[in-house]
Design a protein around this ligand. Structure first.
Ligand code: PLP
Length: 384
């Protein structure tokens, strides 16, 4: 058996992206060069920018290519903070459930820029506590440099009330950055309609290559750069553009956009089948995350087990899944996301993430569910 259920970590490249990548590798020309080779490559970059802008409903000039989603997050959080910080305004607001690509730059701002960082708590559902944010903005809105909240969580798939957050922030003119890496291509996502100041997307979660992402940044807003050099990308992200990856990113974004609704409805059905089967097999399991969910992410807690053991047992049976949380020195840390939702360290460390895509089938789900009784009982025995 070989079943891949870790599509939230990365997913196979789609044919159109592979073709675009290969085509560009046969071309010559730095997109910043003025001669015909450079101009031809520049044209391909700008067409790719337009395709990505269409997929996320922004202006082409709002797309800034970066080397990853992580880089886009760092650029946005640090850049917006640097733009607005002064003696009276030095407070960075993120949520308790952000990816490390926001958590860690926020910590960096605390360590090196003496910023105060407040993490918004979440409800047991996994949704950000809006009442907490409302009170914070009312009391300390003029001290906040930036609010950064994710569009959906990478561990639980819970979709966040970003439009509400923007409404609360806009009363105090606070810019909002949104990490939409997991949502882009999976659920409808419109930069224009959300009204955020900045938005992060990444290619390898939607069938594009690894190592290419984009920051969508409101037209006309210039933020201090993280990387300095040749002044590419509105002088916010210097460095020769990675044309092959950009073209492949655009191809993947167009592919994802064209089939988004159809794939989402198929994957949601697989998710329902998975959860129903899992509950029938292991009645005491806990499904983490409720409210509005991404179609493909399922996070389950199996009381009396240990995540690393579960992962290895599933892997040995030919099923690739994830604990969803960060790994340090080969051991998974208890998930800060599940703990923010009220889990103890022990139950957070008894949890697994299965992430599905349209490439999976009903029979994949049935085969994996058939393994549950034996895998879970072996994991429980190993944990005694
Ligand atoms: C929510 C979220 N943000 C950011 C990232 C980082 O993106 P990248 O892998 O392109 O650096 C990931 C990737 O796992 C993610 O899930």
């Amino acid at each position: 058996m070989s079943i891949y259920l870790d599509h939230a970590a990365t997913t196979p490249m789609v044919a159109a992206a592979k073709r675009a990548l290969a085509d560009q590798m046969d071309k010559l020309g730095n997109p910043s060069s003025l001669h015909m080779y450079g101009r031809a490559t520049r044209k391909d970059v700008e067409e790719s920018r337009e395709a990505i802008a269409r997929a996320v409903a922004c202006r082409p000039s709002e797309v800034i290519f970066t080397g990853s989603g992580t880089e886009a997050n760092n650029t946005a959080l640090k850049g917006l903070h640097w733009l607005r910080a002064n003696e009276k305004r030095n407070l960075v607001v993120i949520s308790e459930i952000e990816h490390h690509a926001i958590f860690d730059p926020a910590q960096w701002l605390a360590d090196y820029e003496k910023a105060e960082v407040i993490k918004l708590p979440v409800l047991a559902s996994g949704e950000i506590d809006l009442a907490f944010l409302r009170k914070l903005v009312t009391e300390r809105g003029n001290e906040i440099t930036v609010i950064s909240v994710m569009h959906s969580n990478n561990e639980t798939g819970t979709i966040q009330p970003v439009a509400e957050i923007v409404k609360i922030a806009s009363g105090a003119q606070i810019p909002v950055h949104c990490d939409a890496v997991q949502s882009f291509g999976k659920v409808p996502l419109s930069f224009k309609d959300l009204g955020v100041t900045a938005l992060t997307i990444s290619a390898h979660k939607i069938g594009g290559p690894m190592g290419i992402g984009a920051l969508i940044l409101q037209h006309g807003l210039e933020i201090p750069a993280l990387i300095h050099g040749g002044g590419q990308e509105r002088e916010i992200r210097s460095g020769t553009l990675n044309t092959p990856s950009i073209a492949a990113f655009a191809a993947a974004a167009s592919d994802a956009a064209s089939a988004q609704a159809e794939r989402a409805s198929f994957v949601s059905k697989l998710r329902e089948q998975f959860i129903a089967g899992a509950k029938a097999a292991i009645p005491d399991l806990i499904v983490n995350g409720s409210g509005e969910q991404l179609p493909g992410i399922i996070n389950l807690t199996f009381p009396g087990t240990e995540s690393d053991t579960l992962l290895l047992l599933f892997d040995a049976a030919g099923v690739a899944c994830s604990t969803g949380s960060a790994c340090s020195a080969g051991v998974h840390e208890p998930s800060h996301v599940l703990m923010a939702m009220g889990h103890s360290q022990v139950s957070a460390q008894s949890s697994l993430r299965f992430s599905l895509s349209y490439l999976n089938s009903e029979s994949d789900v049935a085969e994996v569910i058939a393994l549950f009784p034996s895998v879970i009982s072996r994991a429980r025995a190993a944990n005694l």
